[in-house]
Design a protein around this ligand. Structure first.
Ligand SMILES: [Zn+2]
Length: 300
């Protein structure tokens, strides 16, 4: 949201670790988004606070909007102008506020907030977090949204912001329940795709699913039901993300976004997926998943 943003120079790295970094604490990663479609991570990572003592320009900028607090330290030399840092921050907050409205409308998620989003200079992000992941990641959520940034708002950045926002919103609204990864990541992938104007899983991705089905490599629901896909290898995780997205897309095909929103609201409120599924989709979640597998195996 461009109007109403507030901007202030927050702190310098030399002044000590920013308050939003846990001091060597144990972080629970509740969702993430891969670079190059592949990611893998382990839960309960330790991020050293002193890993952030050098930045692109040595300072985090802080700007707020109605529902977000943004910190960023990407490598932008000037403050004002079309390619200045102020414009970048306004654009990122505009994307986030748009994600907020869209998630309210499509997913029924409307956390009170404000949510903290940290956009890092890519070199700083890589230096700080690369040792914590087995594959490059574009962002992750662990109590706050962490994004590998860019100096302009690209489609990739829009997608990652939407994806991670879903994890943050679920956690804010549903924190006492642990969601299975197929739901958390499937909805995040679906929402991310919608943010880029994609309706449905693209044909080349569906082809990949059909090939995996023909080879018997698709996952059963139980195998996708842990809190993250961290236990899967890179190929497996990539397929698990795609399969989860495809299943959520299938549910949207059954009852539209209104059904998806009602279903998620019920899950967030009561934490009971089976009950929500029976109420909205008039079936068991396991049966719906089996139908989806059968459709892929039949080449549909
Ligand atoms: Zn994710």
């Amino acid at each position: 949201m461009k109007r109403g943003c507030r901007h202030q120079r927050f702190l310098t790295y030399a002044g000590g670790p920013p308050p939003f970094f846990e001091q060597g604490g144990q972080w629970s990663i509740q969702g993430c988004c891969g670079l190059a479609l592949v990611l893998w991570l382990t839960a309960g990572l330790v991020f050293p606070a002193d890993g952030l003592d050098q930045g692109a320009d040595g300072e985090f900028e802080k700007r707020t909007s109605s529902h977000f607090v943004l910190y960023q330290d990407v490598d932008i030399d000037q403050t004002s102008g079309l390619r200045g840092s102020r414009r970048f921050e306004q654009d990122v907050l505009s994307v986030l506020e748009s994600a907020y409205r869209s998630a309210d409308q499509k997913l029924g998620l409307r956390p009170d907030g404000p949510l903290t989003v940290i956009v890092y200079d890519p070199a700083v992000f890589d230096r700080t977090f690369s040792g914590q992941f087995r594959f490059p990641v574009a962002g992750f959520y662990g109590g706050r949204v962490h994004i590998r940034g860019d100096t302009v708002v690209t489609d990739r950045l829009v997608a990652v912001l939407h994806h991670e926002y879903v994890h943050a919103a679920f956690d804010e609204e549903n924190g006492r329940h642990v969601l299975p990864a197929w739901l958390n990541e499937g909805v995040a992938e679906w929402f991310e795709a919608r943010s880029l104007g994609l309706r449905g899983v693209p044909s080349h991705q569906r082809r990949r699913l059909r090939v995996a089905a023909a080879q018997g490599r698709l996952y059963a629901l139980d195998a996708l039901s842990s809190p993250s896909f961290g236990h899967l290898g890179p190929e497996g995780a990539s397929l698990a993300y795609l399969q989860s997205w495809s299943f959520i897309d299938e549910l949207v095909g059954l009852r539209g976004t209104r059904g998806l929103r009602d279903w998620l609201r019920e899950i967030v409120r009561r934490g009971n997926i089976d009950r929500a599924t029976r109420r909205v989709y008039r079936d068991r979640i396991g049966a719906l998943f089996e139908d989806h597998l059968a459709a892929l195996a039949a080449g549909r």
